[in-house]
Design a protein around this ligand. Structure first.
Ligand SMILES: Cc1ncc(C[n+]2csc(CCOP(=O)(O)OP(=O)(O)O)c2C)c(N)n1
Ligand SMILES: [Mg+2]
Length: 334
């Protein structure tokens, strides 16, 4: 069971909201996984199942005007930011009604209206982009910050070091977060470097950093509140290591020979959804009736988004050369 380090008791409304959002991510992706096996969804598909508390806790600690940018494991963040299940499922199907008009697929969710800057397939490619977005926020004096996520594989990229150096030198309002789910494809963190406590990697830049239990949404929320306050105050970036775990394989075809069932079960015992149920039990906030109601509600949303995706039109071939290059940088305000 996830141990919460919560400093206060949260309301029923708050806890059930977090539970609902994480349940949507979970059930949406379970369905996406099934549809992929049925070959209704093609291409890449990286599931976020197990890591939901990270997206939810961060979303709860920032504002809608802040920008989030992440890697290709982006379904959880897309939904957390406020993208609809319909546009997300349609994107997986490659339909015109998808968030990227069916031309991005699983790895390339984007939503300008929800300040979600993707969805990036090049490992570590979003790290300098995060610095760039933060630079624009600072330059335009918006008071907004950029939350830039990466996987544990991305911290080994040169772009990580260059962007961290620049972000710290210019005191950019960027909150860097590594989702340490222990593996980059089938390669464990231990096999790629002597530095396995990833938060320590910020020390070479004098960037403040710390590890956080990413399996517990309340802990993520409380730690993010503090980190967001620091970054928004103009003191420069921070680096947080979220200790988390993905239950499924790296992508859809992964025999998972690099880990044991015991290891997987150890993390499933800390499941963020079960953790919140225990929290509700302990504080007598909600019971099975409340959770069953949410299950029904989410099932309806997920069923409806599949119907929406299946009945949506394919992109027209004439759209092939549209949206290839955006000359107008969307995050710069005049
Ligand atoms: C520059 C680059 N090199 C290699 C790849 C192939 N690749 C795709 S995912 C991945 C692993 C990344 O793992 P991590 O950063 O830990 O993210 P996670 O999948 O765990 O979310 C690799 C090596 C890529 N997409 N881009
Ligand atoms: Mg990883």
């Amino acid at each position: 069971m996830a141990k919460s380090t919560a400093t206060k008791t949260y309301s029923k409304e708050q806890i059930l909201h977090w539970y609902r959002e994480m349940l949507l991510m979970r059930r949406f992706e379970e369905k996406a996984g099934q549809l992929y096996m049925q070959r209704k969804i093609r291409g890449f598909c990286h599931l976020y199942i197990g890591q939901e508390a990270v997206a939810m806790g961060i979303e709860a600690a920032i504002t809608k005007d802040d920008t989030v940018i992440t890697a290709y494991r982006d379904h959880g963040f897309g939904l957390a930011r406020g993208m609809s299940a319909n546009e997300c499922m349609a994107e997986l199907y490659g339909k015109r009604t998808g968030s990227s008009k069916g031309k991005g697929g699983s790895m390339h969710y984007f939503s300008k209206e929800n300040n979600f800057a993707g969805g990036h397939g090049i490992v570590g490619g979003q790290i300098p982009l995060g610095a760039g977005i933060a630079f624009a926020e600072k330059y335009n004096k918006t008071g907004n910050i950029c939350v830039c996520l990466m996987g544990d594989g991305a911290v080994r990229q040169g772009a990580f070091h260059e962007a961290f150096n620049m972000a710290m030198t210019w005191k950019l309002p960027v909150l860097y977060i590594v989702e340490n789910n222990h593996y980059a494809m089938g390669t464990s963190v231990e096999r790629t470097s002597n530095v396995t406590d990833l938060y320590k990697m910020a020390r070479g830049f004098d960037m403040p950093s710390k590890p956080v239990n990413g399996m517990d949404v309340i802990t993520v929320f409380e730690e993010m509140k503090k980190a967001v306050k620091h970054v928004r105050s103009g003191k420069g970036p921070m680096f947080i290591e979220m200790k988390t775990y993905r239950y499924r394989g790296h992508s859809m075809s992964d025999p998972m020979k690099y880990r044991t069932r015991d290891e997987l079960n150890q993390y499933k015992d800390q499941d963020p959804l079960i953790g919140l149920k225990h929290y509700c039990d302990k504080h007598k906030l909600a019971d099975d009736t409340d959770f069953d109601k949410l299950e029904d509600e989410i099932k309806e949303i997920v069923d409806a988004c599949v119907t929406f995706a299946e009945t949506s039109p394919d992109p027209d071939p004439s759209e092939l050369y549209e949206d290839v290059y955006i000359g107008d940088y969307p995050f710069v305000t005049e």
